[in-house]
Design a protein around this ligand. Structure first.
Ligand code: HEC
Ligand SMILES: [Cu+2]
Length: 335
């Protein structure tokens, strides 16, 4: 299983698009992540200094006042009580440190929370499901899954504005190089923004334990130039390709229960429970980032999702060989 995940992460990529395949908040590449990184460094520097002072004094004291051979163990060092200066110092200095940290955090939180999206902002609705992500673009009438296409902003805050919701339990949206975590909570909408400067693929994952397959609820952001984004969105918006050569394959798919859970726009398949499959083949991965989206993995997935992602909410169907071949052939036309 581990090797599948590794291959998905290593291989799946859009040709010619740089990949930022690290989930490292100390390598920020977008607006909120930069501010959060700076404040993390400041906090780290202050706490490191406190650590060095305290640990240094302890080490010094242990060494300097160790018991020496022949010393009388009854002989206590001088006992000091009630020094106003010392007590004032160890009260005031920590208070000052805490206030500096509060002040800086409050400023960054306000700056991130109050950033008003420009008119041109791209609105994206992300809905967390056990164990995949539904992604909608209300201004485009587009629905997709697991791979959030957004615009690589030249500058200016909030070039992409996300509304986060949940269909079931609490999830958390986290792309460490772009922004901190924001929870997706049932019956509530949370908001966040991102302005990745460079086109590329940024990876992340669900950051709030949400059940059996939480660890395989991976996430990718595909940041694109505005032109590339428009091209992608135009294709996503179009109804599913109707290929005459795949007519029998399509009939097989339409006759199965797949249509109750999956939507393929322009066809009888209108289910909303699972990921939208209208343009399945434009996605790099399957099953929320677990597998590279290629022929072999697609076939294995449709054949037995419970083997690949145990406990996931798509049942295994025991399709006949012909049904399986047909269904996969049809899915592969959904470009
Ligand atoms: C009971 C509802 C249900 C039925 C019926 C169902 N699926 Fe699914 N399907 C899901 C769910 C839920 C997922 C997401 C699983 C995950 O990633 O955790 C999914 C995922 C998929 C994916 C991967 C999509 C992606 O972008 O990752 C494909 C492909 C797929 N289903 C095809 C089919 C086919 C073909 C059938 C019919 C043989 C079918 N499904 C029947 C619920 C269903
Ligand atoms: Cu989750």
């Amino acid at each position: 299983m581990f090797s599948y995940v590794l291959t998905a992460l290593l291989q799946a990529q859009v040709p010619g698009v740089p990949e930022h395949r690290i989930t490292d908040m100390f390598k920020p590449l977008a607006g909120p992540a930069w501010s959060e990184y700076n404040i993390a460094l400041l906090t780290f520097a202050i706490t490191a200094a406190i650590f060095v002072v305290v640990a240094g004094l302890i080490v010094y004291t242990i060494y300097r006042f160790r018991r020496r051979p022949g010393e009388d163990s009854q002989n206590e060092p001088p006992q000091v009580y009630g020094s106003n200066q010392i007590e004032a110092a160890w009260t005031v200095i920590p208070i000052l440190i805490v206030f500096v940290l509060i002040g800086v955090s409050a400023r960054v939180i306000a700056e991130v929370e109050n950033a008003s999206p420009p008119k041109s902002t791209l609105k994206i609705r992300v809905i967390g499901h056990q164990w995949w992500w539904e992604v909608r673009y209300p201004d485009y009438g587009v629905t997709t899954a697991n791979e959030v296409h957004m615009i690589a902003g030249p500058e200016g805050k909030a070039s992409n504005y996300l509304e986060l919701e949940s269909a079931d339990v609490i999830h958390s949206f986290w792309i460490p190089q772009l922004a901190g975590k924001t929870d997706l909570i049932p019956n509530r909408a949370n908001y966040m923004w991102m302005d990745p400067r460079d086109p590329g693929v940024y990876v992340g994952n669900c950051a709030e334990y949400c059940g059996t397959q939480h660890a395989n609820m991976l996430l990718r952001v595909v940041a694109q130039t505005p032109e590339d984004f428009e091209r992608w969105a135009a294709n996503e918006k179009s109804p599913a390709v109707q290929s005459t050569s795949a007519a029998t394959a399509k009939a097989t798919f339409d006759s199965l229960s797949c249509v109750n859970c999956h939507t393929v726009t322009g066809t009888p398949a209108g289910g909303k429970f699972g990921p939208d499959l209208t343009h399945l083949m434009t996605r790099q991965t399957l099953a929320a980032g677990m597998f590279v989206n290629d022929h072999e993995n697609l076939r294995r997935w449709v054949n037995d999702p419970q083997e690949l992602k145990p406990g996931c909410l798509m049942p295994s169907f025991k399709l006949t060989d012909k049904e399986l071949t047909d269904v996969v052939a049809y899915l592969e036309t959904l470009k």
